[in-house]
Design a protein around this ligand. Sequence first.
Ligand code: ADP
Ligand code: ADP
Length: 225
Amino acid sequence: MAGFQINGVSKSYGGTNPTETLKQIDLTIEDGELLSILGPSGCGKSTLLDILAGLQRPTSGEVLFDGKKLEGPDKKRGVVFQDPSLYPWRTVFRNVELGLEIRGAAKAERREAVQRYLDMVGLRGFEHKYPHHLSGGMKQRAGLARALANRPDVLLMDEPFGAVDHLTRLQLQDDLLNIWEAERKTIVFVTHDVSEAVYLGDRVVLLSPRPGRIKSIFPVPHKRP
Ligand code: ADP
Ligand code: ADP
């Protein structure tokens, strides 16, 4: 089970003159769901995703994950940002392996997981390349493989395809759908691109800005193969 229950979450930044970024967010995210969070720049999407990741705390309200109150970041919730921040001195293989290495996974387990997820994101054969040899789309694929290799229950994705060219972006969207079909992980996908939100999400949560509130939630009927 890997769902979220968001109860009355508000977030303000700043001390003496705080600005309210999120206001009274109530939302249930189901286990295995692919949910898009859509809204204009500055409406609080990243803040909400960071709160789900446990990287920021709400000013008020609470978030339950798997029925329990969120305490902080946790390997059950993998995060993918727009900038995949690969280590330039590590090969693709060694970048993807990193989380497993930190956890002390045995070499054979690491090798198997890295190969599996590099295959899944379409980077087979690029194991020994360094990040500067990769295109933007391929870097993003490596970042996704690194998140998947940690076997999180949930992927939290913050504009992950925002910095790649249009055709690559469309390809990455299809690849993400294939990964989701194969793995059935809960995915929360943040974007300001309407077609991306609708193309990917089974539900779209639309946020309106200043302060960020849920304006609407709508289901998207999909014909999935
Ligand atoms: P989005 O992801 O939708 O673009 P963000 O969550 O990044 O929105 O930001 C929403 C608002 O919160 C913005 O007005 C931004 O200036 C403010 N904000 C975000 N992070 C911080 C921070 N660390 N300190 C102060 N204000 C912040
Ligand atoms: P995508 O990220 O969707 O694969 P790209 O435009 O990034 O799209 O790359 C398209 C293809 O071009 C890649 O799948 C890969 O086969 C090849 N390619 C891109 N960059 C390199 C590179 N630096 N070295 C070798 N092949 C590359």
